[in-house]
Design a protein around this ligand. Structure first.
Ligand code: PRX
Length: 651
């Protein structure tokens, strides 16, 4: 008996033609099973090492792993120069498509090598050395990728901050990392309009004491304020620099980048990734999960470089494999809903990797839009960021994939660095909505409260769910939280401390064939359109408003965005008399300014009281029931069950 209606449908085996030519065969699982560390050593050797490693894994300092001990390599050399030296300098690395129509650039690997070398020389001129931190606050323009690679080339850590984040979010990240340099643009195009970026940087830098220079790319030509001595134009310093630069090899465990992500508190965590292990797994997963053939594929990952997906599957994965890719600057619906389909058609995109929320947007717009375009170049589709509902999965395969392309639903996190659970497209029979099984070399389990593994195949309608854990270290795992080793241990390694397992924060269950169905976060982290936002962050933005006494935030199921942010606020007496609608408006703006427009609550309810347990903890579960219009769950632990009458009345 199948577990859910989704499993009633037959699974989708890989088409024979695909399986025959696939990079990965079932043999890969066997190899990894036979000797996991030897398997990873072999994957690492796909890269160029200036000094070979002498040990694959040192786990003696757990939970901080050392992978490929003693090895030295340069990430930028591996992503760029290596391909030029192998005779592929004329291959297109990036087909860049700007948001304004016809604003396009094609960059070959040889050109990328010149650009990255110039940028590395320019950054050195500015005093940057290995170990320094650089904040990158740029739209999706080629300079963003060049800047990341230039940092990697010099052994400086980049901290890319999504250009949709506000000045105060940027300030917090610059301060925490003590960034010495900020790389930004005058402005960015968003839905056809040029909006300022530099102004937010000016505000953030004024509040920070570590920043020495601001390097500014001219993107939109809009006016900017200028601080002489501190601010420099990218085109002045980078274009004039030499295109010759000798990359230095760094230790395998040299830090590569910092990427801030939301946790369960108001303060974002700076996730630390290092060099050899991260690049090994990024490259390995990209070649096997996406089956890329560098000579002929055109890969397109639609993420923003501000998120980990952009780091791993726009920059380090595709470039380490010498692949040609499309990078698109703007929103999918600018100037209209045809944009993505036009790009696929124009560049002959063969592999398309996006988020379920976008697929649902396209679904809503209807299949007549894609039907106007020739999408026959597509041979593989990918999904990431949140559980994909089976209906969207099927639509994706039918409408994008003409009922023939495999789909890889890839589960991973900022912390895991690269894909962990996913089908292999030439091997796995997929079930719509399931990320299926851990990749070769990766070990994951679903366990109960006590750490006992749930029995695969016994779901049988009971829908038993548990905690998703990673029970063995993996090469691209995070090495810590910047400046906070205790939080690192506490957040990820304390739930099953005695077993030494990493707890991912997700709930999951096994399906009838032992495949994994990820159900989503079970901590106070929301997932809105694939963006991770913590309830605490939004709550702290709300209580930052002088009229708010208390706030509680929950993520409620939303058909379009996966989850939507619902806030419940208690106003201070003074503010309670003010116009409610105006107040709610102000609060939504406040969240957009404090964090980002992506964190703006869908709903804000002004309530007289919040449901609390006797120990004073807000019962979010009950608020979620209210937000989703459900019958209330167990209210027996509440101090005052009657608060719900008032909360309901406020909706
Ligand atoms: O809840 C899981 C969800 O996204 C979280 C990680 O978010 P972030 O670090 O921002 O990285 C997103 C891109 C890798 C996970 O804890 N998630 C990610 N991919 C999937 C997913 N949930 C279900 N299925 C997926 N394929």
């Amino acid at each position: 008996m199948p577990d859910t209606p989704a499993e009633v449908a037959a699974s989708f085996p890989p088409p024979a033609g695909f399986a025959e030519q696939a990079n990965a065969s079932a043999e890969l699982y066997e190899q990894a099973e036979r000797d996991r560390l030897a398997f990873w050593a072999e994957q690492a050797r796909r890269l160029h090492w200036a000094t070979p490693f002498t040990e694959v894994l040192d786990w003696s300092d757990a939970p901080v792993a050392k992978w490929f001990v003693g090895g030295r390599l340069n990430v930028a050399y591996n992503c760029v120069d290596r391909h030029v030296e192998a005779g592929h300098g004329d291959r297109v690395a990036i087909h860049w498509v700007g948001e304004p129509v016809d604003d396009e650039r094609t960059i070959t690997y040889a050109q990328l090598q010149d650009e990255v070398s110039r940028a590395a020389n320019a950054l050195t001129e500015l005093g940057l050395v290995a170990g320094d931190r650089v904040a990158i606050y740029l739209p999706m323009i080629p300079e963003a990728i060049v800047a990341m690679l230039a940092c990697a080339r010099l052994g400086a850590m980049h901290s890319v901050v999504f250009a949709g984040f506000s000045a105060s979010a940027l300030t917090a990240r610059i301060q925490d990392a003590q960034a010495k340099l900020v790389i930004t643009a005058d402005g960015q195009y968003r839905r056809g309009k040029a909006a300022s970026l530099k102004a937010a940087v000016d505000e953030a830098v004024a509040a920070s004491d570590s920043v020495e220079h601001v390097l500014v790319v001219r993107r939109t030509g809009i006016d900017v304020d200028w601080t002489d001595g501190r601010d420099l134009w990218w085109h002045d310093v980078v274009n004039d620099a030499s295109p010759q630069h000798d990359p230095e090899a760094f230790d395998s465990e040299h830090p590569l980048f910092l990427l801030y992500t939301s946790g369960t508190t108001g303060k974002p965590k700076g996730i630390v990734h290092t060099t050899g292990g991260y690049l090994t797994q990024s490259s390995y997963t990209h070649v096997n999960v996406f089956d890329v053939k560098p000579e002929r594929d055109v890969f397109w990952c639609t993420a923003d470089i501000g998120w980990v997906t952009g780091h791993t599957y726009i920059v380090y994965g595709p470039l380490s494999n010498g692949v040609t890719q499309v990078v698109y600057e703007g929103t999918p619906t600018s100037p209209d809903e045809h944009r993505h389909f036009q790009i696929i058609e124009k560049y002959g995109v063969t592999i398309y990797y996006t988020a379920p929320t976008l697929i649902r947007t396209f679904m809503k717009l209807g299949r007549q839009i894609p039907a106007e375009h020739d999408l026959s170049s597509l041979r593989l589709l990918g999904s990431v960021g949140e559980p994909i509902n089976p209906e969207a999965w099927r639509w994706y395969r039918t409408v994008f994939g003409a009922d023939r392309t495999p789909i890889v639903d890839t589960w991973w996190q900022t912390e895991t660095g690269s894909i962990m659970i996913s089908p292999l497209p030439g091997v796995t029979s997929t079930k719509p909505g399931s990320a299926m099984t851990p990749l070769p070399g990766i070990s994951a389990m679903i366990v109960d409260d006590e750490g006992n593994q749930l029995q695969p195949g016994t779901g049988h309608g009971e829908q038993v769910s548990g905690y998703l854990v990673l029970d063995k270290p993996w090469p691209s795992m995070l090495r810590g939280i910047w400046g906070d080793p205790e939080r690192f241990t506490e957040t990820y390694w304390s739930r099953f401390a005695e077993r030494g397992w990493y707890f991912a924060g997700d709930g999951a269950r096994y399906g009838s064939d032992g495949e994994i169905w990820v159900l989503g976060r079970i901590d106070d982290v929301m997932n809105v359109s694939g963006h991770r936002i913590s309830t605490a962050e939004v709550e702290s933005a709300l209580v930052g408003h002088s009229g708010v006494a208390e706030a509680a935030v929950v993520g409620a199921t939303d058909e379009q965005t996966g989850q939507a942010i619902c806030a419940f606020v208690i106003l201070k007496a003074r503010a309670a008399n003010e116009d409610r609608d105006q107040m709610v408006d102000e609060l939504r703006k406040q969240v957009a300014t404090e964090i980002s427009p992506i964190a703006r609550p869908r709903e804000i309810h002004v309530v007289p009281e919040l449901p609390k347990t006797r120990s004073g903890k807000i019962m979010r579960r009950l608020l979620r029931d209210v937000a989703e219009g459900r019958e209330l769950g167990d209210t027996s632990t509440l101090v005052d069950p009657s608060v719900f009458e008032a909360i309901r009345a406020s909706k």
